[in-house]
Design a protein around this ligand. Structure first.
Ligand code: UD1
Ligand code: M6R
Length: 365
């Protein structure tokens, strides 16, 4: 079933042009979005006071990637909850809330307990899951199956990108009654249509990412700085590196750099800075300058053709990726980091598909 691939994780990374296509199949219609599972509930969602995203691990990160465009397209405030932390705090959930549960397996214990809690509190509960017939799919009031196909590698890869796309379609559907954002919605839909071919394009960085991995093989730690749409990319890239390559890695909000992390910077610690084109671009340019002036060892991810704009001195390693509608850029940007984590793992001699101490689905608390 791995076909020509050595590992499931590798297969699932390279499958993404296809899995994203199936996520969108039959759902982009006549210039709009049709989600059969949400159709009857759109009015209720539009009226809610707040959207609360709930998940764990990669699924939480996917929701974090979706947060900016859900806020933008729906005008509804979005808050984020790691499922276990919501339960630990018994945080407030109200009848007027729409609680959106994100889970690849649909069987994660913490997420399901948070679902029971939100149901008891009377919120509208929406599921975003890859598993038809899962507990999450059955217990939520409504939802969207992401249809990414079975994911076997413990490290979630194709489910992450499909979850983001499913939530983009959800945001487009909920926001579809707003005339003022029509042009923006059209641009995002056209971005979705061109996503699979752009993903195929970025997958060509495979060899480059293997080379980068071989230069990082002996590093003790790797930082990833992102902000805005790509804060989630930083967290998710770092999660992949720590869970499979067993290397310490932290994703950080670039806006927090001066409030502590800057003290770590020296000529040895590798730092990935995500600086693709969006409204935060000039802020990321200045972050790069500040890191370079402290002799930081930088790897910069930028939009195609931007190498000299992000690193005029030529002293950074640059990863150039195709540019797409800004809010969909996280789908593209995570892929080189998935490839990097994969190659680092193989080169360091660790088990790719069954990382030490981890299980695919965490069904106990
Ligand atoms: C559905 C069919 C699909 C068919 C399509 C044709 C299923 C599972 N899907 O897809 O095979 O090609 O119609 O129009 O039979 N749901 C939840 N919680 C979740 C996820 C989903 O309650 O976490 C519910 C939805 O609200 C919906 C149902 O499950 O009632 C199916 O969801 P989904 O597969 O996303 O719906 P369609 O895309 O319409
Ligand atoms: O099945 P779920 O999406 O609910 O799983 C949540 C996490 O356990 C999962 O994403 C975990 O973080 C992965 N191993 C990440 O690759």
């Amino acid at each position: 079933k791995k076909g020509s691939y050595d590992h499931y994780m590798q297969k699932e990374i390279h499958e993404q042009p296809h899995s994203l296509t199936t996520t969108m199949r039959g759902r982009l219609k006549d210039g709009g979005v049709l989600l059969g599972g949400l159709k009857e509930h759109l009015k209720t969602i539009r009226r809610c006071r707040r959207v609360v995203f709930i998940g764990c691990g990669t699924s939480y990160n996917a929701a974090l990637a979706a947060r900016p465009f859900v806020e933008e397209l729906t005008g509804i405030p979005v808050t984020m909850e790691v499922a276990s932390d919501l339960l630990d705090r018994q945080g407030p959930i109200y009848r007027e809330d729409t609680a959106v549960f994100v889970s690849q397996s649909g069987e994660t214990a913490d997420t399901l307990l948070a679902l029971d809690y939100a149901l008891e509190n009377g919120a509208l509960c929406v599921g975003i899951t890859n598993t038809v017939g899962s507990t999450l799919s059955r217990k939520t009031h409504c939802g969207v199956h992401i249809n990414a196909g079975c994911e076997i590698g413990v490290a979630s890869t194709k489910a992450y990108t499909s979850q983001i796309v499913a939530m983009a379609m959800m945001a487009l559907a909920v926001g579809s009654d707003q005339i003022s954002t029509q042009t923006r919605r059209d641009a995002i839909i056209s971005g979705l249509t061109s996503l699979p071919s752009n993903v195929s394009e970025v997958l060509k960085l495979d060899v480059e990412m293997k080379e980068l991995a071989s230069s990082l093989i002996d590093s003790e730690s790797l930082l990833v700085f992102g902000r805005g749409y790509n804060y989630a990319t930083a967290l998710e890239g770092a999660l992949k590196v720590k869970e499979v390559a067993l290397m310490h890695s932290e994703g950080m909000l670039a806006g927090e750099m001066k409030h502590g992390p800057l003290a770590l910077v020296d000529e040895n610690l590798p730092i990935i800075v995500i600086a693709t084109r969006d409204a935060c671009f000039s802020k990321q340019q200045s972050v790069i300058q500040q890191l370079l002036s402290r002799r930081g060892r930088l790897i910069v991810m930028c939009s195609k053709g931007d190498a000299s704009a992000v690193c005029p001195s030529g002293s950074c390693r640059v990863i150039e990726v195709p540019e797409i509608a800004d809010c969909l850029q996280p789908v593209i940007n995570i892929i080189p980091l998935q490839l990097l984590a994969y190659h680092l793992t193989v080169l360091r001699g660790f088990d790719v598909d069954q990382p030490r101490n981890l299980a695919k689905s965490v069904t106990t608390q």
